[in-house]
Design a protein around this ligand. Structure first.
Ligand SMILES: *[C@@H]1O[C@H](CO)[C@@H](O)[C@H](O)[C@H]1NC(C)=O
Ligand SMILES: *[C@@H]1O[C@H](CO)[C@@H](O)[C@H](O)[C@H]1NC(C)=O
Length: 299
């Protein structure tokens, strides 16, 4: 009986031995983490017969592999930021944007019939946006166009942009809100530009913008955009100023003439009027010649 049982056990063992294989599994093969957080890449061993299998992790960035865990040590740029956790998980502390890559867990189990398995995990590190640069025109004339810009370059995934007018969120489609119904703006939430086709009085006010992604948001300080009517008063004042200047100059000239620095009367009497008449004569002669020439040509 004992031999039969032993034989059965041996058969079972050898059967299992034949089938023995290392098989890995992960709970998530596409992992997101926020910058400065910790993340654990899971490499679970579903089946194995070998004690002390060889475990390695590689980082693959732009197609180039490098060691992360090799000969029971963390190496490379993760050296002081990562550790291995049972069974073969890789725990990364304080992830940085440069950790965005693919990671491969490889387990070699020499006593198993199928002695090797690997799984690939992609890690993407989300980066919070920084304060965007906002460009708001200081003053605009009613009826003209205007463009406001907002941009930041750190956020990953790329930031989406949202504009605020007097701290009120502006809808992407101005027609969707009664408050902005009469405005003429178009907003591009991908590029951060806010364009007014025709600026109206009501568009005046404080503008600020917010850059946002899955990792967080940041916003610039509000900036004032003034909207003026066509500047009639300004034009009037300029004209008035011009007239005043002419008057002042004329007065100054007369003053100079009176004092006798220049012989103003003489100049206007002779050398000013006389050549004018000559000029007129020349014109008439020239015209006549032209006319005659033309006429003869027609005849
Ligand atoms: C995390 O890493 C950043 C650099 O990527 C460093 O400036 C910061 O001090 C680190 N934080 C901790 C808690 O180690
Ligand atoms: C929009 O314009 C219309 C007609 O010009 C006016 O009746 C309405 O009150 C305006 N709405 C707002 C919110 O200014």
């Amino acid at each position: 009986m004992a031999t039969v049982r032993r034989t059965a056990l041996w058969l079972l063992c050898s059967f299992l031995g034949h089938m023995s294989a290392v098989i890995l599994r992960t709970t998530d093969s596409a992992v997101w983490a926020n910058e400065f957080d910790s993340i654990e890449l899971t490499c679970l061993i579903e089946s194995i017969s070998t004690n002390n299998p060889r475990i390695e992790w590689k980082k693959i960035k732009n197609g180039v592999p490098s060691y992360v865990y090799f000969q029971n040590k963390i190496s490379g740029d993760l050296e002081h930021r990562a550790r291995l956790r049972e069974p073969a998980n890789l725990l990364i502390l304080n992830v940085s944007r440069s950790d965005t890559a693919q990671y491969r867990c490889e387990v070699a189990a020499i006593d198993d019939q199928k002695p090797f398995d690997e799984i690939l995990i992609s890690l993407a590190v989300r980066v919070r946006p920084v304060v965007p640069r906002c460009t708001v025109p200081i003053s605009v004339t009613v009826g003209s166009s205007a463009e406001l810009r907002c941009l930041e370059n750190e956020g990953f995934p790329l930031s989406q942009y949202q504009w605020f007018h007097n701290n009120e969120e502006m809808p992407e489609d101005h027609k969707s809100s009664p408050k902005f119904l009469n405005s003429s703006y178009t907003m591009n939430t991908d590029t951060g530009t806010l364009k007014f086709r025709v600026v109206k009085k009501r568009d005046a006010g404080q503008y600020h913008c917010q850059a946002k992604n899955e990792a967080g948001y940041a916003q610039c300080n509000p900036q004032m955009m003034e909207v003026y009517d066509l500047d009639v008063m300004g034009i009037f004042l300029k004209v008035l100023g011009g007239v005043a200047a002419v008057v002042a100059m004329t007065a100054g000239m007369c003053h100079v003439c009176k004092k006798g620095y220049l012989s103003c009367e003489k100049q206007s009497g002779h050398s000013y009027k006389a050549p004018r008449q000559d000029d007129r004569m020349d014109y008439i002669n020239a015209d006549e010649g032209h006319f005659r020439h033309k006429s003869s040509f027609v005849i």
